[in-house]
Design a protein around this ligand. Sequence first.
Ligand SMILES: Nc1nc2c(c(=O)[nH]1)N[C@H]1C(S)=C(S)[C@@H](COP(=O)(O)OP(=O)(O)OC[C@H]3O[C@@H](n4cnc5c(=O)[nH]c(N)nc54)[C@H](O)[C@@H]3O)O[C@H]1N2
Ligand SMILES: Nc1nc2c(c(=O)[nH]1)N[C@H]1C(S)=C(S)[C@@H](COP(=O)(O)OP(=O)(O)OC[C@H]3O[C@@H](n4cnc5c(=O)[nH]c(N)nc54)[C@H](O)[C@@H]3O)O[C@H]1N2
Ligand SMILES: [Mo]
Length: 771
Amino acid sequence: MSASGKRSSFPTGSHWGIYTVEVENGRVVNAKPFDRDPHPSQIIEAIPSATHAECRINRPMVRKGWLERGPGSDRSGRGVEPFVAISWDEALDRIAAELTRIKGAYGNEAIYASSGWASAGCFHHAESQLKRFMNGFGGFVGQVTNYSFGAASVIVPRIVGSMEPVTGSVTSWPTIAKHTQLMVLFGGMAPKNGHINKDGVGLHNIGDWHKKIRAAGVDFVSISPLRADTAAMLEAEWLAIRPNTDVALMLALIHTLVVEGLHDEAFLARYCTGFDRLCAYLMGEGDGTPKSAEWAAPIIDLDAATIRALARKMASVRTMISVSWSVQRADHGEQPYWAAIALAATLGQLGLPGGGLGFGYGANSCLGNPRARLSLPRLPVGVNSVTTFIPVARVTDMLLSPGAPFDFNGQRLTYPAIRLVYWCGGNPFHKQQDLNRLLQAWQRPETIIIHEPWWTPAARRADIVLPCAGTLERNDIGASCTDRFWFAMHKAIDPVGEARTEYEIYTALAERLGFGEAFTEGRDEMQWLRHMYDVARRQVGAHGLETPGFEDFWQAGHIEFPAPEEPPILFAAFRADPKANALKTPSGKIEIFSETIAGFGYDDCPGHPTWLEPIEWLGSNKAAAYPLHLISNQPSTRLHSQLDCGTVSRGAKMTDREPIWLHPSDARARAISDGDVVRVYNDRGACLAGAHITDAIRPGVVQLATGAWFDPIDPGEIGSLDRHGNPNVLTIDKGTSRLAQSTSAQTALVEIERYDGELPAITVFTQPAMV
Ligand SMILES: Nc1nc2c(c(=O)[nH]1)N[C@H]1C(S)=C(S)[C@@H](COP(=O)(O)OP(=O)(O)OC[C@H]3O[C@@H](n4cnc5c(=O)[nH]c(N)nc54)[C@H](O)[C@@H]3O)O[C@H]1N2
Ligand SMILES: Nc1nc2c(c(=O)[nH]1)N[C@H]1C(S)=C(S)[C@@H](COP(=O)(O)OP(=O)(O)OC[C@H]3O[C@@H](n4cnc5c(=O)[nH]c(N)nc54)[C@H](O)[C@@H]3O)O[C@H]1N2
Ligand SMILES: [Mo]
């Protein structure tokens, strides 16, 4: 401790990097990045302000109507009625009683438990803790797929037999620097996304890699509505096509390659199945429409000569194709990933060093970094006895339509009847599309329980809210499957207010419900960390990697694992020997036509990559009323909705609203000036935002990042104007197709007008009403 009473903590870890904090009188006053991090994230600056934000939850709270009149009462009062503070014992007793009641009357199939990104840390990991607790209690309705790359997670394994091109060993930066001549980036490779890596990042070096590959002579083409989707230093050729039309461009590129004889017939014959079926479609054999460059030009709004030139260039040099995850978060999001695989196969460079494809370069700081695939310290979650599940983005449908059938990946399933929702570590009023529809669904369950450190829009709409400790308020181990570091996460301050750790909360509940011993296995927090570390240590030891004992690791603060000497080349083994290394598809090959998918008979996902018009886009009739395509991408100043209450995110707002980007021509047509507050609206909802006018966006497209905390003017009225700028009041809640049922967040048309009304103050960063 210094003379001023300040002390520095040990380092801790986060999704945005390793850092230490300075603590004075029990409060975090400063956060400093890991001294070895070459380019730390600015997001770290928000830690002190967010840790002690006015909107921290200090005590267990119950909604008044629920407390006074019991579960299921006054459900439209969620988010409107005041909260009542209660003691921890009373809160835990009430939750245990309610879980017991629901289970007794309706079974565990009536419980929906969900999570989200939460915080780094393998032990207090909100999703693992929640699952371990719920599994111990007899199970819950869970979820499959995810919001990030949900459509890919279903289509890609069907086409190439695994998720290798998305979450596996994609060709890494050193190989790209050495061999690639051209990178074609659908959706760019946005530098802002490099701040983040799920569950932790040791060194932010993606910008250095970008410099190296550019210096090595790699050329770039960025196909995207936003110029900033590719770092300026890459000097990319920017092709600002209409959003959601990438498939038309990819098909036209394949068509051009075929008619000009630039396709790799030998590759297609040896490694792929069904190219003839795609070819028939491309030549217009069924519908009379060849999918030529001329055909695609008016759809994507690029001239045919540019499309043809790009096809020729891709065929003439070593080309790496990347498609950002956002491109598949759109209506028919399965198609761009399938079409990109077909395009790469047509070029015949899959499995060659620096050629082929890799999905999502730039989606986080670690993708493309060579790293060993290691076991991680993990909290065992047990087994869920309930087999009913939903694709994660279908939560609103589930709550609104119990008993209704739906399709998913070849299965006919039924939505369960949910009575109790338990959410820890996610923010449904951030992540889900069409929040006004979610508000309706939110009135269905009898009880909603949330653990949160902050009064997020979701916590404000729960029946019982338990304050949980943040990362700095507990001990943990940080480790991510995409990073080379394990880091000790030392507790720096006591929990804020009466907050308790996830582990303490579930332990107390499990004890009340009669499975305390099974939940804790007799270990406290530090005993769990030691145990999880020792198990993982033995597992990595089996791969010949030496690690120190727990005490030494804990004191040293981190372990850095070496990068593998031979960086991976995606599909190299398959290319070398397609029989011995056959893909895990029905044919053992790349399925450019899939009999399996064709057999499902889905009109929204036929047997080969197909241009299917999105439900709304700039070429649809709806554009007459709502002529702007809304891109709601990841925010640069925070992680989703996390730290929106901190100084970095709030410092970037315009007149306290989330900035919306629009082109000067669109602004002029609406008499909007830079800095004006605007109303963004469509038939699903409306929000206010601050206008930022820039030519770095395609005309006809506007960009409003996700994550501004939902703050409707009248919380009691569904459809009320959100004063803060949450794009999910505007997005559509529709499955990508019956195949993946994933989110279509990037499919939305809107209109904008200057807002001349009186400006309502933002209220969502304060405490909610309490009695
Ligand atoms: N700073 C920061 N970084 C993050 C996150 C964060 O919240 N903050 N979140 C992390 C998470 S969870 C994820 S999943 C990844 C997501 O990674 P991505 O999905 O790659 O990220 P986005 O920023 O949503 O989208 C990238 C760009 O795709 C473009 N785009 C959108 N639709 C289309 C389209 O139809 N066609 C084309 N060609 N381009 C399109 C948009 O212009 C957008 O800026 O980012 C991670 N990184
Ligand atoms: N329109 C639109 N919507 C999108 C997207 C988009 O591109 N456009 N992207 C989607 C994507 S890719 C993703 S990944 C999702 C992200 O959606 P979420 O994962 O739901 O978003 P976060 O804001 O990270 O929510 C995490 C919450 O956990 C809380 N938390 C942190 N630590 C703890 C803890 O230890 N315990 C508990 N109980 N809570 C904790 C945080 O305060 C925060 O409220 O959003 C999706 N939504
Ligand atoms: Mo994500």
